[in-house]
Design a binder for this molecule. Structure first.
Ligand SMILES: [Zn+2]
Length: 330
């Protein structure tokens, strides 16, 4: 009994409570009239018609996974540094995956936009800055806004940096490295990063900015679902090279699901806008990266892993992909 409550109030509450319990149930509302039913039906028809029209004119162009001849995931890196190209990529009717830099000036704004349109799901990743081969690069231009994971960070610092970055991109379902040619070679650092990802049930995409990266291998050991980038769309930023790289990725995707990384540029926007409808018509679909991660775990790509449904385990894939793509920026 709360000591400050007067007995009279307690008694009143008790009596009114008992009366409420004893009271008969309220009567059912009268059934709607014919006219009310007709109005409701017309409203429903109108909403459904508008939604279908929107879907037809503006909605995503998707292919059921089983019906597609090829499967692509297109990850846009360095998201949050500008808005204009981002908006154009967001307007494409294909489910691209957006990897957001945690320290970028527009990181909060693009995340609001990404979750704003519930009719078109766009997967969000954390683009986690890691030490490149050339340390000076970490303080050049916009890079100075980012907190890089460094080779000489102790484990607690690495963990704190990953957690801080994840807190800035809370909708991320996966992580890939921004730069990182030095850090992704460091097995101990990668193990620390993967532990955090494992605790949060996030996947890892190895951007493969360097040939001897350990990131994918260490992720597998840690039990983190993982894939690697196979094609950099704009390693050579000329329009011809981007188009050739996209065609290369599409050809490879007829053999196995392919992860493509691209960066916001006018050329990338133009070529994706022009070529994706053709690829769609040819049966090559674009999927959120997590869809490829799931498919890879169920039916491992590159034809080298144990039985379907089993985790591929810590073994490195034996079969090399036909095309690794050029190495990206370090
Ligand atoms: Zn990047």
């Amino acid at each position: 009994m709360p000591s400050g409550l007067p007995w009279s109030l307690v008694g009143w509450l008790g009596v009114s409570g008992a009366l409420m319990l004893a009271a008969p149930a309220p009567p059912d509302p009268p059934p709607p009239s014919e006219e009310e039913r007709a109005i409701e039906q017309r409203t429903v028809d109108m909403v459904v018609r508008d939604a279908k029209r929107w879907q037809r004119e503006h909605g995503d162009r998707t292919l059921p996974w089983e019906d597609a001849r090829g499967h692509l995931a297109i990850v846009i890196d360095d998201v949050g540094r500008e808005l204009h190209l981002f908006e154009q990529l967001l307007a494409l009717r294909y489910p691209l995956t957006f990897s957001v830099l945690p320290g970028a000036i527009y990181a909060p704004g693009v995340q609001l936009r990404l979750r704003g349109d519930r009719r078109r799901y766009r997967e969000v990743m954390l683009h986690l800055p890691m030490e490149p081969a050339r340390p000076e690069a970490m303080s050049e231009g916009a890079e100075a806004q980012e907190t890089f994971l460094r080779r000489h960070d102790d484990p607690a610092t690495l963990r704190a940096k990953v957690e801080e970055a994840l807190a800035r991109v809370p909708a991320a379902v996966g992580v890939n490295n921004h730069m990182g040619s030095a850090l992704t070679r460091d097995a101990a650092a990668m193990a620390e990063v993967m532990q955090v990802l494992d605790e949060r049930s996030l996947y890892f995409l190895d951007s493969r900015t360097i040939g001897d990266t350990r990131a994918e291998e260490i992720a597998r050991v840690a039990g983190v679902p993982t894939l690697h980038r196979e094609v950099f769309l704009d390693h050579d930023p000329s329009a011809e090279a981007i188009e050739a790289a996209l065609d290369q990725a599409a050809r490879l995707s007829l053999d196995h699901p392919v992860v493509v990384i691209a960066h916001p540029s006018a050329e990338v926007v133009e070529i994706l806008g022009r070529r994706l409808p053709t690829l769609h018509a040819e049966g090559v679909g674009v999927y959120p990266l997590s869809r490829l991660v799931a498919a890879t775990r169920a039916t491992p790509i590159e034809g080298n892993s144990p039985a379907a449904g089993h985790d591929p385990g810590p073994e490195r894939p034996k079969g090399e992909p036909v095309f690794r793509g050029p190495s990206g920026p370090s």
